[in-house]
Ligand binder design. Sequence first.
Ligand SMILES: CC(C)(COP(=O)(O)OP(=O)(O)OC[C@H]1O[C@@H](n2cnc3c(N)ncnc32)[C@H](O)[C@@H]1OP(=O)(O)O)[C@@H](O)C(=O)NCCC(=O)NCCS
Length: 296
Amino acid sequence: MTAQIRDMTKADTGRVGEILYESFNSVASKYGYAQKMKRAEAGESWAWALLHHGSNELLIAEVDKRIAGICCLNPRGNLGGVGPVAVDPSFQGHGVGVQMMRALLKRAENLQSLRLVQEAFNPASFYFYYTFDFLPVENMLDLLLDKDVEQRTDLCANVSEMTAQDLEAVNGYDTPRSKSDRRADLAYYVKWGKVFVYRGKSEIRGYLVSLPGAETVQLGPLLTEGEQEARCLFQHAIAVYKNRRCQTRIMARNNVLVKSLIELGFKIYCLDTLMVRGPWRPGNYLEALGIFPEGV
Ligand SMILES: CC(C)(COP(=O)(O)OP(=O)(O)OC[C@H]1O[C@@H](n2cnc3c(N)ncnc32)[C@H](O)[C@@H]1OP(=O)(O)O)[C@@H](O)C(=O)NCCC(=O)NCCS
């Protein structure tokens, strides 16, 4: 099946939303996992967010003038985030995904490394990314906090909300630790969500991003010096968004933080794998990743 690859426009948002909703939900159902998006509007709100982020490269695959797939590259300095990558279930298995990825890798030629996160129950995409030289480098846990769970509502005194004036300071904290340039992401998060900053004796010791979507509040990226700061940031965010459904993805090796999140009411949805193409590797800081635009 030959696909024409082009850039996404605003007019594609509805159809791209359908593809995101259908492709991710169908793979979850196939392996017996709960559907993360309950209503089609969640797919459309995701497509809208991808487009409004601004610094993303969004590629559309068309077959006979019908949109069959979408993929996204988010360049951040030398490190690019890949995802979502999705093909309409009725077009899958005919080479559309491969053609989209080749076009995306061409756009990523100047980036040293690329990373993406994918759910461990998804063998088709594992194979798919292996063939493009992505390697698993880290186990992650995908966690969900349901809105019906009794949630703690105490705010943390060391946490404040970032404003546009704090952008340089938070970016200055993030860049050497994450080894990526997320300035454009941080500006987007401040505009459309909230960035919680943990300070100890007026020094930044961590931050957590929250982005409300149609159904779920995305918590991440997170980057902190330690578990205590991370726990405070999550607790604060949950108190701010009380009775909203929340999702996050944290490094599975941070067992103290995993236990803290379970205590706060989060349930494990599945194991995820962080896959990298190129030399970049995660550091020793505590990190969480969002679904978007962390891409990843
Ligand atoms: C992953 C995805 C984008 C691939 O798109 P696609 O158009 O179906 O992919 P293609 O047809 O181009 O190629 C798929 C390859 O995977 C192989 N494959 C499919 N299922 C497989 C499995 N269970 N094990 C091993 N290989 C598998 C196919 O044989 C094909 O390889 P080949 O070209 O060597 O024969 C698509 O399946 C999708 O949208 N899935 C749902 C969303 C998703 O999981 N996205 C990825 C995570 S961000």
